[in-house]
Design a protein around this ligand. Sequence first.
Ligand SMILES: *[C@@H]1O[C@H](CO)[C@@H](O)[C@H](O)[C@H]1NC(C)=O
Ligand SMILES: *[C@@H]1O[C@H](CO)[C@@H](O)[C@H](O)[C@H]1NC(C)=O
Ligand SMILES: *[C@@H]1O[C@H](CO)[C@@H](O)[C@H](O)[C@H]1NC(C)=O
Ligand SMILES: *[C@@H]1O[C@H](CO)[C@@H](O)[C@H](O)[C@H]1NC(C)=O
Ligand SMILES: *[C@@H]1O[C@H](CO)[C@@H](O)[C@H](O)[C@H]1NC(C)=O
Length: 308
Amino acid sequence: MFPQTLVIVLLTVSYCNGNYERKRLLRHNLSEHYNPELLPVLDSNNSNPPLQVHVKLYLMALQGLEDKSQLLRASYFWYFTWKDEIFRWDHYFEYKNISRLTVKASDVWVPELYIVNDVRDMRISTGDNKEYVIVKSNGNMTWFPAKELQTSCAVDVSKYPFDTQTCKIRMEAWYHDNTSFVLNRFGSGIETSEVHFVENGEWEILNLSAYPFQYRDYASAYSCIHYTLILKRRSSYHLITTAFPFVVLMALNLLVSVIPTECGEKLGFCMSQFLTMIVFLTLIAQNMPSSSFTISYLTFLISLQILR
Ligand SMILES: *[C@@H]1O[C@H](CO)[C@@H](O)[C@H](O)[C@H]1NC(C)=O
Ligand SMILES: *[C@@H]1O[C@H](CO)[C@@H](O)[C@H](O)[C@H]1NC(C)=O
Ligand SMILES: *[C@@H]1O[C@H](CO)[C@@H](O)[C@H](O)[C@H]1NC(C)=O
Ligand SMILES: *[C@@H]1O[C@H](CO)[C@@H](O)[C@H](O)[C@H]1NC(C)=O
Ligand SMILES: *[C@@H]1O[C@H](CO)[C@@H](O)[C@H](O)[C@H]1NC(C)=O
């Protein structure tokens, strides 16, 4: 009885240990035959179709759309998947039961992509050697880089505070043309993350869409995806703090013509109306982008009121 138990215990120990050892050997062997700079296709020549990379962008939080600096700040993560023809192994016979590995993103080929309208760091990969890629034995790669983007967005405030803004995120291949790899939408291409999404107090998301295409340079064509976010300002706060006082001020302004000229108070009333309007205009101007491309109709109305 006793020796049998011992054998089982020994087998279990050596199996666990063996599993680690086999993983280590597999990992070593995979890197031995791999160069992360090369496109991971076995027989790459110009007649071969390009590598198909599928992408979906998940919106995690909308930090804000800053009218003044014309920046959209939000955090995202991408879901990338593609087929690597080199980084794969036989999990039925040679590396039994090792069906998946998690490896450093710097050790395998990952698509090099840039967010060309990001104002800080255009690369998607942070390159800090702390990102991972999940590899299945058939070479199916999944990569989830996460990042906060600050993308420039031309804010049109002419309808403030009832405005809707359209912002674009432009993701483009930079060094590899479309004979190397091509980006495709995965599903709808963009959506809010079900688990991580946090609503923004000022902006409501009306629509998210993704549009993949190839843009032609003078020499070659590059694959890219442009994302469009349509945001609507939640106007209730602005109604109370801006629109309501404005209506009251306008009504008071009308009263000026009712006051008889003989009454000495008319000039004083006009002066205080004028000052109130100036203060009000300054308050609104604080929320407005300092550009003259688009000026809010509201600013116009208030300026006109001052002229009266
Ligand atoms: C390493 O990989 C090669 C080619 O895939 C294979 O022939 C060899 O048996 C592997 N070696 C080990 C120790 O797994
Ligand atoms: C390119 O690859 C295809 C398919 O593997 C093959 O038939 C063809 O001969 C290759 N062409 C060249 C120039 O190597
Ligand atoms: C990789 O696996 C995932 C999940 O099983 C699947 O959705 C995806 O289409 C696969 N990707 C490729 C390139 O085969
Ligand atoms: C690359 O893009 C150009 C321009 O849109 C297109 O004509 C060509 O077919 C594309 N090549 C591949 C391999 O998709
Ligand atoms: C979002 O916009 C796209 C492109 O304009 C459109 O095809 C899609 O139906 C819209 N989705 C919703 C939910 O409105």
